[in-house]
Design a binder for this molecule. Sequence first.
Ligand SMILES: *Cc1c(COP(=O)(O)O)cnc(C)c1O
Length: 475
Amino acid sequence: MTPEEFRSAGHALIDWIADYRAGIAQRPVRAQVEPGDVRKCFADTPPAEPVDAARLLSELEQHIVPGVTQVQHPMHFGWFPSNASPASVLGDIASSGLATLGISWESCPAATELEQVVCDWLRQLTGLSDAWEGCIQDTASTACLTALLIARERVTDYCESRGGLQGEDKPLVVYTTAEAHSSVAKAALLAGFGRDNLRLVDMDPQTQAMSAPALAARIEQDFADGCLPAAIVASIGSTGVTAFDPLAEIVEIAAEHAIWVHVDAAMAGSAMLLPECRHLWNGVEHADSISWNPHKWMGTILDCSVFYVRDVEHLVRVMSTNPSYLRSSVDDEVTQFRDWGIPLGRRFRALKIWYHLSIDGIDAIRARLRRDLDNARWLAAEVGQAQHWRVLVPVQLQTVCIRHEPPGLSGAALDEHTLAWVGAINRSGAAFMSPSQLDGRWMVRVSIGVEATTREHVESLWKLLRAHAEEVAAG
Ligand SMILES: *Cc1c(COP(=O)(O)O)cnc(C)c1O
């Protein structure tokens, strides 16, 4: 491709993206394909002749878009807000265009240093003290794995430099709850702790937050049984119901026994941009590591997860290997982010945060988050007042967990009813929500916070919910 061909295909693509975003509300929310439908649009063998960019653009529209669940759609209320502000998209494009090689400071000093700058901006914007230093990881899953690896090495005084976990005589234990994201269990298993040593601590039945007394009791029990408590992963905004584990109490319990505390704030970290929400992570200054995803509610396009630690020296000691071909004369003066995580080659992700914060501005981002909190409170109040509808968990942020409970339905029959009405709405393409289980029964999570979602959309969702659920109930 010549530079001129690139320029013209690039302009066409940007125009297409701008139109696509502007018209997204006219499309169905959920992908309207069956398994295998997208695959069969494509030849089994690679293209023998070059295909021109204009034709690809039309195939993009024809074959790819129908297979996209439109998470930027204003009627998307599924999973979590996966916002991708157009300003951050520009930063992402700049990153691709620059095509840097992030394997060391030397391979792209700008990538390292802008990453330091934007992580520090986000630190300040979320009210964290300057005891924290951060980097950008691809996802919160990777950040949690990194946290558990460095927790493991702290409690074993660097077992990696001896026989590793295989040389330890006491089982190392990790604590979290059943409400924690699946990536926490995955990280614990991959970091070698083993399922037998992953404790799902009891929760408060009302809020689904970790019970601090249950945690303290479990730790005592484990010590008595000859185990070594290693790490606690606290959910600050859990996946199912956006529950907040009592961090202030957790860090106090952890401090008594020098147990690592990782704060998984993947979704709710964006709320910490609002001073009025920061009470939800009281105690955070005494944790050991934190991660949250600007690529969720805040809206810096995926993938973009920030990971902060207090003890950088420890992190680097665990994660670094230092082969001769990566050493340079300035190593003593610079940060090598390859030593802050698992991958060697790293994308220039700081550009998208820089673009996002600069072009959109923090005031507009904060106003949008407040709008969403307000919309969630509005919906919770409506549902709470409506006959046979219930808000199942107190709403602390932007997730509203609801159920339609018509008289006479309970147990499996109620589950069937819930799945029937939410399934009908999701299939229709008019809106999308994720059903989820709470105490073994299905409910519907309405996760508010797509950049395009206004009060009007939430009002029309509520009408849609009532119409479908009440129609299904009437048979
Ligand atoms: C989304 C989410 C994760 C996983 O995030 P990834 O960045 O996709 O790995 C982890 N924890 C919580 C609480 C989440 O909401």
